[in-house]
Design a protein around this ligand. Sequence first.
Ligand code: MTE
Length: 317
Amino acid sequence: MKLEKIRPSEITPEHVYLSRRRVLRIGALALGTAALSACGLPSPSPEPTQTNPRVPKDLPTDKRDEFGDPANRWEEITNYNNFYEFTMDKQEVARLAQNFKTSPWTVTVGGLVNRPRTYDLDDLRKFGEEERIYRLRCVEGWSMVIPWLGFPLHKLLREVEPLSKARYVRFESLFDPDQMPGQRLSFYPWPYAEGLRLDEAMHDLTLLVTGLYGHPLPPQNGAPVRLAVPWKYGFKSIKSIVRIDLVEEQPATLWNTVAPHEYGFYSNVNPNKPHPRWSQATERRIGEPGRRRTLMFNGYERQVAALYAGMDLMKNY
Ligand code: MTE
């Protein structure tokens, strides 16, 4: 994968000329790198810009992950985003999303549960808020350390009481092309959808995120509520969630539908399993020179390896 920045305008014609059906017929590989990169287009390290004027005052500078690595700065976390509903250009998301309406907002939880329920943002508050400093490793080869605020998803799942038939959890983002210009491109099968196995969803590391650096989540990071699954590639951490369903079969996800040979359902961070078009052995930590080694399960091996006992992770990627 090349490291120079490609402007979205350079790839627009493909989106314009090819209907989704035709794209799928041609086959994902024929399309070219940019349109099918789950983590978008590589660009230089982000610098503070004017696009996001709402930088909170008095942000702490001493936050670190459990390895002692410093958290990325607010400016980095909020100006270098993947949110294809707005644009494929990471450094334009903040500007395009600044007026995104995140209130009122509801999350409807249903499917194979005893107590289906629609939560508004006030309802979600009862699950509390705690800080979790997680690494986010994008499938494309960059990473950040992010001090999220949120609550473990299992708290909510326990309340709706999954039925014994439920084996997977499906998540869906908002579909609103009037607010999200990227959704007017019919290439992607909107709305953005993701999925986890039920035991992955119940794992204590799986977080429903409502804030960042002790502040409400900015729109570009997936406000008002998104997922953080730190041992998986970043695209599993779906933003701006409106629906959560407990289901029996493995659900279709956006990236697995668009390019199944490149983006598996599990998508656990695995330095030994190269992406078909690039190595996953190293990563570029935003704000850091050079590259660092990528860790198995993004450094969360001790906590999550048991979820995959007996599975061939080279096949179940
Ligand atoms: N969720 C939605 N709805 N749409 C997206 O385009 N991008 C994913 C993920 N969640 C995406 C999404 C990808 S590829 C990554 S790497 C992370 O969000 C980026 O999260 P961040 O912008 O908060 O760093």
